[in-house]
Design a protein around this ligand. Structure first.
Ligand code: HPA
Ligand code: ZN
Length: 343
């Protein structure tokens, strides 16, 4: 018996490993929070916000993403933002998430670090209790700011370091290579935290190399442009490095011209440990399930590819081995229960 592609993927247990919580701010919630907090938005209405989401590169998007974050002021705002995301993840069949947050986007506006943390942590507890969704936090440094500012942020984060799964690097990639943050990530690693970096989204393969050789990353976020360098692809495949790829983000930010040109199929065929993720779904037009389904249709992913992607999302996660094994066994049991072709 055959099964509809989207039903199959929805039922497949999945983890999301590349998600910026500030990027889940839907225009409806943006307006609701603006009203609640007395913040004036530079948009007349929700439709005007949606019309503005027409990006030609990463910076275009980041300008709006930082502007939108201005409505986030209280613990309740961060809580509501995160809960809205967890409900969507749950509806898509996601059971675990490792989410980025950008403290500097908030502390620079005068929002205390504790407000951000208390709001996010209470939502994480509620998601576990009410939805059975587990979640880890990844603090991200903004790479357009200085390494000194990243050190300041690390110091401010001190009381919560044991609540983080890792520390990442995001924002404007070009001109801000991983090597700019060599010393601060050495300190992050000394604290026993995992290290991640966005690399090779817009930046060249050399930025991916720097992330490996200088930051000693545990995961690469995006990594698309590694595909231009066969020796680098082989190295990433041989070391089993997880790439957190975000197809609808790549489309909206013009990293690919058409989803049919997306490298996901080629990445899997090259033996890369790739995963599918949504990045900033409120801005890029699709959450986790839409990323899987649209990509599967566009580049003709097979049923085995989809199962492999779901497996990669747990084996590439920072969960303890026993939890990884439990999720992987659930995927295998699910795949065995629905052996039919996809339509
Ligand atoms: N790339 C870099 N920085 C980001 C992104 C992204 O896709 N989303 C939020 N911050
Ligand atoms: Zn990202």
């Amino acid at each position: 018996m055959s099964i509809i592609l989207s039903d199959f993927v929805r039922g497949l247990p999945k983890a999301e490993l590349h998600l910026h919580i500030e990027g889940t701010l839907e225009p409806e919630l943006m307006f609701e929070l603006a009203t609640r907090n007395g913040v004036t938005l530079p948009f007349a209405d929700i439709e005007a916000v949606r019309r503005a989401y027409d990006f030609s590169n990463l910076q275009d998007f980041l300008d709006l993403y930082y502007a939108g974050a201005a409505v986030l002021l209280t613990e309740r705002d961060f809580h509501d933002l995160a809960m809205a995301y967890f409900r969507r993840l749950h509806a898509d069949g996601g059971v675990h998430a490792e989410i980025f947050f950008d403290p500097q986007t908030h502390t620079e506006r005068g929002v205390p670090f504790a407000v951000v943390m208390n709001g996010l942590l209470s939502a994480i507890d509620e998601a576990q209790r009410t939805l059975g969704v587990s979640c880890g936090l990844i603090m991200s440094f903004l790479r357009h700011l200085s390494e000194e500012q990243a050190f300041d942020t690390l110091r401010e984060a001190e009381p919560w370091l044991d609540r983080f799964m890792g520390v990442g690097l995001d924002s404007s990639e070009m001109g801000h290579p991983p090597s700019k943050f060599a010393r601060v990530f050495e300190e992050v690693r000394r604290r026993g935290l995992k290290v991640l970096a966005h690399a090779g989204e817009e930046g060249p393969p050399d930025y991916v190399r720097e992330a490996l050789d200088i930051l000693h990353v545990d995961r690469i976020d995006h990594g698309n442009r590694a595909m231009e360098d066969p020796a680098l692809v082989k190295r990433l495949a041989d070391m089993g490095m997880t790439l957190t790829v975000c197809p609808l983000s790549n489309l909206k930010l013009c990293v690919v011209r058409d989803l049919r040109d997306h490298p996901m199929k080629r990445m899997l065929d090259a033996g890369l440990h790739a995963t599918i993720n949504s990045d900033d779904p409120a801005y890029f037009g699709g959450y986790l399930l839409a990323n899987y389904v649209d990509t599967a249709k566009a580049v003709e992913l097979t049923r085995d590819d989809l199962v492999q992607l779901a497996r990669n999302s747990f084996s590439g996660s920072f969960l303890p081995q026993n939890e990884k094994s439990r999720h992987l066994a659930e995927i295998d049991a699910y795949a065995a229960r629905y052996p039919g072709a996809l339509r």
